[in-house]
Design a protein around this ligand. Structure first.
Ligand code: NAG
Ligand code: NAG
Length: 906
């Protein structure tokens, strides 16, 4: 949610100058960012860096080599190479005895990565070869180069183009120093020098290097950007590199590489033979240049690629960060799936969410008062529109003071919450990191007393403008702040709340209305003496991390739910994300799919976009289409700006409501699938939603498809994101034998392109032949009401008339699943027999059972079925075909899911 224009005197001038859309002048281009401009001017193939291999140290866990810069003989860097379990290498380059310590992100990694064995195969003064498992690294001394090999084939070369840079901290440049790069850009030194707070010592400290991926055809990753899934070439046509700098961008634009609210510095380079990735472990402002050789008239930057494959496709990626240690993880792959799992193994997964979080969320800035909340829920119920959660934006607070309630509008929150949760719904309320500077506000007074705020460079408390007016910002790097803040979520401090109230952490980029680029000045100081520039992209992660601790402390037996806007690598361990303040436009509906797919490749599967668009009023057709699309993204919430008209689904005509209701019901019917996928995501590290390229990397047709998505590997959705469509193109992937079933009528389609007629009711959704999808088809008003409902299994047969699938079930809310109180079932259909068995040795005393089995693409001539299980014995079941013979329904198996069973078609 963004600023309310009228209330912020400071901001009015800046905003009123823009009629509509982002004010580009507020946000820096590469050219306006001194380090980006400076680094981009580097010339290729003139690298002054060399490894001092005779001084190599081979340690128990890694190797270390001095790295020298021939232009600065007195400065020594040290390169450390470590092998990490699971086909990953880590390379760290830091200054030896630098004037200032350099920052490494503190919370992105899910613990210290586990080190693997590294062997030196060969060494000389010119080069060094080391090996770990099937992988090899060759380090060349002069100029510096690292080449990564998997099973003897070259995957990537570092500093191939000679763009490695490591600006060392120093006192003023000596006259004699020949810093070519800075000399080329007069003023750069002074500018940087001035922008650093300690003018006695700090100066430019940027880092950069290039990676070349021979054979690569596309690169993916680097969320968050309002751009396509496959990343574009940025080094031609005056484009800017992709920028990673968490910002609160007002009415953001699409098809651009500019920064948004989150920054996940992971990238994957995909080729027909090999896919590898890089996790650039840095929290400072970062720009990433991409050159894909497929984009004609890009002059090949490869002068002497080892493989000699100069004419072959390749991609060059160059990371540039303002400061910090140069630290990256090389994800060897060899498939996209492997590389994503490698990244996830480093930064963690979403813990299994409570089931209700996968239901429908109704939000608005703002529900006026507690009666309003009650009425909205009642009207959803009157219209049989399923709903799980109500949300309260900033106006519920007393004067934007978090952890308080507006006494006039919300005089009895306990009563409101009691009424809400008695209908099986939950409440989510907003808590932002800025704190109102008002004497008498306990939080502000405590923060001053215990010294919990971010500071100015002179050590005084930093003050900026945000929702409450004059605000200060909690410094979550300070252990005292964390300790204090997490306790605020307790019931004694956050009065009126219960175990059914969850949290929305917004504005945590952080947003500062009057700050540079609407965020915190870079020279502000955090605990430990770190400048804000060092930690910027990690700040939101620290906020959600502490909220997460607080919620666990408050409700130790419930899985926390937090939604965040700002995010970084590792944020998935604590929160879901949404794509921020989008617009009620068709283009923003379309963008929600690639944006969330990109997040999912960054291990942030729990992603969604505000249904209908945050700003402005969606036309009804757009709103309906938005619902039909949003049910296929993991996080499903409607939200709207305070200046928009009400758009709760019951406000439309019967026909329109019905269309929205059908979409909601389809979402709720698939909750067992979503829940199972989240469990598999936690245990196996695979994203919940996936671009087609994730499962079909060898199919060149899918490389750029980002208007379709896969839910797990069983559902393919192709949302309609244009107005007035009467037919649309869809691509169904797979080999010639692949089968896909249309969810509307179970009609069979083969892989390939199809143009299909559509109308306003049409959902283009397909089940993949070969999978079994568990559903709960009884319409209910919330996920809570569906808890004990029976399942319908949709068995979509492949070319060999077989299929398989899984179902995960537990109590849907507690941590008992960690003590083996769950059921994880595997279903298999083969030779006309469907069997169910438990995968893990666990039990959960559920009442859920199987109500129906629907076979898509069934064999002909079936007259019935026989069920065998321990408790039911052997019973005969009725079956019937639909009119076209496209599906066969087996009626009432009536068997519990707790025990194995077999159903044989007869
Ligand atoms: C480099 O180090 C030498 C020896 O320590 C010293 O005499 C010289 O002044 C240094 N040069 C620079 C440019 O700092
Ligand atoms: C809670 O429900 C009761 C009974 O319907 C109603 O009288 C009361 O006003 C409700 N409270 C709130 C805060 O909405």
């Amino acid at each position: 949610m963004l600023r309310k224009l009228s209330s912020i005197v400071f901001w009015v001038f800046a905003i009123l100058t823009v009629a509509e859309g982002v004010d580009r002048s507020l946000f820096k281009t590469c050219d306006q960012s001194s380090f980006c401009r400076r680094l981009r001017k580097y010339e290729q193939n003139q690298s002054p860096y060399l490894l001092d291999l005779p001084h190599l140290e081979v340690n128990y866990q890694n190797i270390e080599v001095p790295l020298l810069n021939s232009d600065f003989p007195n400065v020594t860097l040290r390169l450390t190479l470590t092998a990490i379990v699971g086909n990953i290498f880590r390379v760290t380059i830091n200054e030896v005895n630098g004037l200032h310590p350099r920052f490494v992100p503190q919370y992105a990694l899910n613990g210290e990565p586990q080190v693997a064995k590294l062997e030196v195969l060969d060494k000389s003064a010119e080069s060094l070869t080391v090996k770990s498992g099937d992988n090899k690294v060759i380090l060349t001394a002069k100029p510096l180069k690292l080449e990564f090999f998997h099973r003897e084939s070259l995957v990537s070369a570092v500093n191939e183009n000679g763009l490695f840079a490591f600006e060392h901290y120093r006192t003023k440049p000596a006259e004699s120093e020949t810093d070519l790069q800075i000399k080329d850009d007069p003023g750069a030194w002074e500018e940087n020098f001035k922008s650093h707070h300690d003018s006695k010592s700090r100066g430019p400290s940027a880092i950069s290097t290039d990676f070349t991926f021979p054979g690569a055809q596309r690169v993916y990753g680097l969320p968050e950007h309002g751009d396509r899934l496959a990343l574009r070439t940025t080094t031609k046509g005056g484009q800017d590199p992709y920028r990673l700098y968490n910002l609160d961008v007002f009415e953001y634009e699409l098809d651009t590489t500019t920064a948004l609210y989150g920054a996940i510095p992971v990238i994957y380079a995909l080729g027909p033979k090999h896919t590898a990735g890089i996790f650039w472990h840095n929290a400072a402002e970062t720009w990433v240049d991409i050159t894909n050789s497929k984009d004609a008239n890009v002059v090949s930057s490869l002068v002497n690629l080892v493989s000699g494959s100069k004419g072959e496709p390749h991609v060059d990626v160059r990371f540039m960060s303002e400061s910090g240690v140069l630290d990256f993880f090389f994800l060897i792959g060899p498939t996209l799936k492997d590389a994503v799992k490698q990244y996830t193994s480093l930064t963690g997964v979403h813990a299994l969410p409570q089931l209700f979080t996968l239901g429908y969320h109704q939000s608005r800035w703002n529900y006026n008062d507690q009666e309003d909340v009650q009425t909205v829920v009642a009207r959803f119920d009157e219209h049989n529109l399923p709903l799980d959660n109500m949300w309260l934006d900033i106006e519920y607070t007393e004067g934007k003071k978090y952890f308080t309630w507006d006494q006039k509008k919300f005089p009895t929150p306990e009563n409101m919450i009691q009424n809400l949760t008695s209908t099986g719904r939950k409440l989510v309320v907003i808590i932002d990191p800025h704190i109102k500077r008002e004497s008498g506000y306990f939080l502000h007074e405590d923060a001053l007393k215990y010294d919990l705020y971010v500071k100015n460079k002179d050590g005084t408390v930093y003050e900026g403008w945000c929702w409450p007016g004059a605000s200060s910002y909690l410094d979550f790097y300070n252990p005292a702040t964390r300790d204090y803040y997490k306790k605020l979520y307790g019931f004694d401090t956050f009065k009126g709340t219960t175990h059914d109230v969850w949290i929305w952490n917004d504005m945590n980029e952080p947003s500062v209305f009057n700050g540079p680029e609407a965020t915190m000045p870079r020279d502000c100081l955090h605990y430990g003496g770190w400048e804000h520039r060092e930690v910027h992209n990690e700040y939101a992660l620290t906020h959600t991390m502490v909220t997460h601790e607080g919620l666990l402390l408050r409700s130790p037996h419930r899985r926390p739910f937090i939604l965040t806007r700002g995010h970084f690598a590792g944020s998935q361990r604590y929160s879901a994300v949404w794509t921020g303040d989008n617009d009620a436009k068709w283009s923003h509906l379309a963008a929600s799919i690639p944006m969330c797919l990109s997040e999912a490749l960054g291990a942030m599967s729990f992603c969604g976009a505000d249904v209908g668009g945050f700003f402005h009023n969606p036309e009804v057709e757009l709103l309906q289409r938005w619902f039909q699309a949003a049910i296929w993204l993991p996080f499903f919430r409607q939200h709207a700006h305070i200046d928009t008209r009400r758009r709760e689904s019951y406000l439309y005509t019967e026909e329109e409501i019905n269309r929205i209701r059908m979409a909601l019901r389809l979402r709720y019917a698939h909750l067992p699938l979503w829940y199972t996928l989240f469990w598999e995501q936690e245990t196996g590290g695979e994203p919940v939603i996936r671009p087609l390229v994730y499962h079909y990397p060898a199919d060149e047709n899918v490389l750029d498809i980002d208007n379709e998505l896969l839910v797990g590997h069983s559902v393919l959705a192709r949302p309609i994101v244009e107005p007035g469509e009467s037919s649309v193109e869809i691509y169904l992937p797979g080999d010639k034998k692949a089968k896909w079933y249309d969810l509307e009528d179970f009609k069979l389609y083969r892989a390939g392109s199809h143009r299909l007629p559509v109308n306003l009711d049409r959902h283009l959704v397909f089940y993949r032949g070969g999978t079994i999808v568990p559903r709960k088809d009884r319409p209910r008003r919330s996920s809570q009401a569906m808890r004990h409902d029976p399942f319908t299994l949709y068995v979509a047969l492949d070319d060999l008339n077989s299929a398989s699938g899984a179902l995960y079930v537990d109590d849907y809310e507690s941590f008992d699943y960690k003590d083996k109180k769950y059921l994880y079932l595997h279903f298999n259909f083969e030779k006309n027999v469907l069997s169910s068995k438990l995968i893990d040795k666990t039990d959960y005393a559920t009442q859920e059972w199987i109500e129906r089995i629907v076979i898509l693409g069934p064999p002909p001539g079936i007259t019935g079925a026989k069920l065998v299980s321990k408790s039911v014995g052997t019973v005969t079941l009725e079956t019937f075909y639909d009119a076209e013979g496209w599906s066969l329904t087996i009626r009432k198996p009536g068997v519990t899911i707790r025990e194995p069973f077999k159903v044989t078609l007869i």
